[in-house]
Design a protein around this ligand. Sequence first.
Ligand SMILES: Cc1cc2nc3c(=O)[nH]c(=O)nc-3n(C[C@H](O)[C@H](O)[C@H](O)COP(=O)(O)OP(=O)(O)OC[C@H]3O[C@@H](n4cnc5c(N)ncnc54)[C@H](O)[C@@H]3O)c2cc1C
Length: 514
Amino acid sequence: MTDLGDFDLAVVGGGVNGAGIARDAAGRGLSVLLVEKDDFAQGTSSRSSKLVHGGLRYLEHYKFRLVREALIEREVLFRAAPHIVRPMRFVLPHSPEQRPAWLIRLGLLLYDHLGGRELLPPSRSLDLRRAPEGSPLRHEFSRGFVYSDCWVDDARLVILNVLDASRLGARTLARTALVGARRDDGLWDLAFRGGGENRARARALINASGPWVETVLGAAGASSTKRVRLVKGSHLITRKFWEGEQAYLLQNVDRRVVFVSPYEDDFALIGTTDVPFAGAPEDAAIDEAEIDDLIGVVGRYFSRAPARSDILYSVSGVRPLFDDGTDDASAVTRDYAFDLDASHGAAPLLTIFGGKITTYRCLAEQTLDRLRRFFPVMKPAWTNGAALPGGAPEGLDSSGFVRALETRFPWLPAPIASDYARRYGTRADELLLGATTLDDLGRCFGGRFYEREARFLASQEFAVTAEDVLERRTKHYLRLTPAERRAFEAWFDGEWRAANRTLFPLGPSRLTGQ
Ligand SMILES: Cc1cc2nc3c(=O)[nH]c(=O)nc-3n(C[C@H](O)[C@H](O)[C@H](O)COP(=O)(O)OP(=O)(O)OC[C@H]3O[C@@H](n4cnc5c(N)ncnc54)[C@H](O)[C@@H]3O)c2cc1C
């Protein structure tokens, strides 16, 4: 039994919300423990559509406050982490069964102006028969619109928040599950499992466990009148099948929308679905109906749309939506709610319901505002305007990072420079420290993946298994053949870890049977 010590705040869940709260709290001077039962970002926060967006369709549900907050946050996040957040243009082809074109134009104007847009270009109408963005679409789509939102590497956003929390003094433990919590003498007495049995005490407990929120409430012997609605969403990954860097927003016959976004240069990410879900979130997987649905909608719009046989991968995640009682899964609010249980001077338990990647920073700020009375000397809010690790010297966007890196390391092949700049921003210099030729990057495991990057991720970004490296901190899995992947696993999970066992002990990676 290891005693991890005493903390002001224990945060359960290393998704975007838990990581964001841990970072914010550590920066305000609290002593913080963050625990994640699997790898950081292994839950919903690596399975999203990766949009930092206001959510155009939420305007239809009159969610003006949520849309405005998210639109403002879009540029806050872009400024904080322009290496992993980038502007994207979305083409919206108009089809007869949609709302009238004038109404969509009006909605886009509102979207342009609701959230203090400063950096992103405004929306406009498109003649799809003439504009290059129209060329991959079927001929019947002659009219459309184009508008701006941002794209983010969601898993890396989580990792950067964990890194910053850790830099600010938080103890951040992956593969450590909260298994029990009880109030004792004004504190939380906490029990964890992962790489052994651990205990800790904390003055306040935050339940940021997303789809697992009710299980964690149970472990703390608590309950809430609020509920989560679990809604599965899936994406398909295919080769990219259009020219240009724009994404497409397609309306399905049932009015749900499907995004088709460029992904990792050569691939396409197609999603999402909204399917009510019951069961263990770890077991979420795409079903045949979702595949038919996504392939069907893309086929309605694109003239050279992918077929089932073109699907390379699918990714499914479970949205932990705050249950507002709405029947239709796609209409349930994307807003968040808090439940603070601190009656009669008991140690507080704050539970988070819902949220979006886009609004995680505001959610973290509001979480700490709610805890202020328990920590009166806590420093004020600070994350609005603060860069995330690797974030920009003023004014650099992701292509600026790429050019700067190419200038400093002219021997680096362009695709690798682009990968490193977009993944690590200014931290790419640490990765490349002392390297003067490609040979200095060590063994190539296939695609653009070199040994030095794997070592950097293990030593600097808490990567413990090959999957942590290939699927969350990078997306190298997309470019490796099965044999190349096996060779990397054999090296990283075997030979290399054996040599570094004391540095990177491996806890049980899947405590809940994923
Ligand atoms: C298909 C899909 C598409 C989406 N697209 C977008 C989008 O484009 N833009 C957007 O803004 N939002 C999007 N979202 C929403 C967004 O992804 C989620 O709201 C967000 O990721 C939730 O983060 P979280 O931290 O609450 O949950 P999670 O990321 O699931 O994190 C919770 C963590 O808690 C851990 N945990 C659970 N139990 C324990 C325990 N006992 N001990 C320790 N750790 C534990 C889990 O392992 C998990 O990692 C999408 C969601 C889905 C499913």
